[in-house]
Write a protein that binds this ligand. Sequence first.
Ligand code: PMP
Length: 434
Amino acid sequence: MGRYDQSIATHKDACRYLPGGVSSNFRYHPIPVPLCFVRGEGAYLWDVDDNRYIDYVLGNGPAILGHTPQPVLDAVRKSLDIGQAFTAIHPAELALAKRLTEIIPCAEQVRFDVSGTQADQIALRLARAHTGRTTVIKFEGQYHGWADNILMSVTPALNEAGPVDAPTTVPQSRGQPESATNDVVVQPFNNIEVLEETLSRRGEDIAAILLEPIPCNTGVIEPKPGYLQRLRELCDANGIVLIFDEVITGFRASLGGAQARYGVTPDLAVFAKAVAAGFPISVIAGRAELMNAVTDGVVHGGTYNGLTSTVAACAATVETLAADDGAIYKDMDRRGLRLIDGFNELGRKHGLPLHAQGIGTIFTTVFTEKKPLVNYRDYKSSDEPMRVRFVEELQHRGIRTTVRGTWFMSSPLSDEDIAATLTAADEALAVMRS
Ligand code: PMP
């Protein structure tokens, strides 16, 4: 019996009915196939072969409270008895909106949606409506959902990406209209000089600067000191709407997201994932002047926006995260920093270029001599086969993390889980060295 026999059989069957055997391209990780999971509880997942994993994928980020957070499940259960979709407003929706405006620095108002992709779309539309401009700046290596108008230069090959200080806008998918690239200017993250030069030529054409304040999709890269502050100034000087995509950093980099952590307030921000511990709700937050445009000709729709169940999940998640003055964050941070230090020590011990960086609640592992990573090109030039091999060897030892090297922390992780993870990494690196 092989360790993954049942997953392999499931995948073979699944490929006949679900193309690729999965429901999102970002789940296709052939190690050796996308595994078939049957159950999650707390920090753990079990696959169909009954292997247990300490889970650092967490559904690609949402499960910040682990897989079966009781306060959230209780709130959702209650909501099931009162009906789901009223197509108006319900009291809990208003209460949640009020609460979020207290927590999120930029939030004078909020709207609810279902996914990060969709929330990013309304943020872009609000910015274009507000400025009367079309062109948007995004940063190389950053992801803002899979819609045609913004799915560009997320993981471009280095031979297609253009000069480092003037990246080419590269569509990420076959089937995207070529014309969509005309409206997007791609910039290198963490390089203020290049952005200043771009804005000196084109500042008056730019509707929005959209960014992950801590890029988490290709490495986990903190902004250089003062970088976000300078972005804020440049947006003000040029009449540009600053949008933080906090789909990952929201309720993870701190309760108030990266904007609270770094003390820089964008005009609009988008939240999803950790905001509702795995339930499908996203939040667009921002200045009333911009947000109110939805009452004045800017269309934002969605049958499933603000369902009673997803609002209940979001409210319970937020209160759990906020409890005891954010004690959950202190624990996750401490444990995450222990992992970052532990991985870097293990790299040295085994003479391998393993490099971990990030903030406690989210970080990355790559194999590179060029550290720290400061932008996408640094991440992309790290050793991808070694990164994937490390993930594979960890998986064989019951540790599940993302193939791109991003590790998400959850509140139920214990000190024993952290120790077990470092032991598994020690063994994995020993095998890789030999
Ligand atoms: N923005 C960022 C920064 C993301 O990481 C993601 C999802 N990984 C999205 C937007 C899209 O969110 P969703 O998958 O909910 O559409």
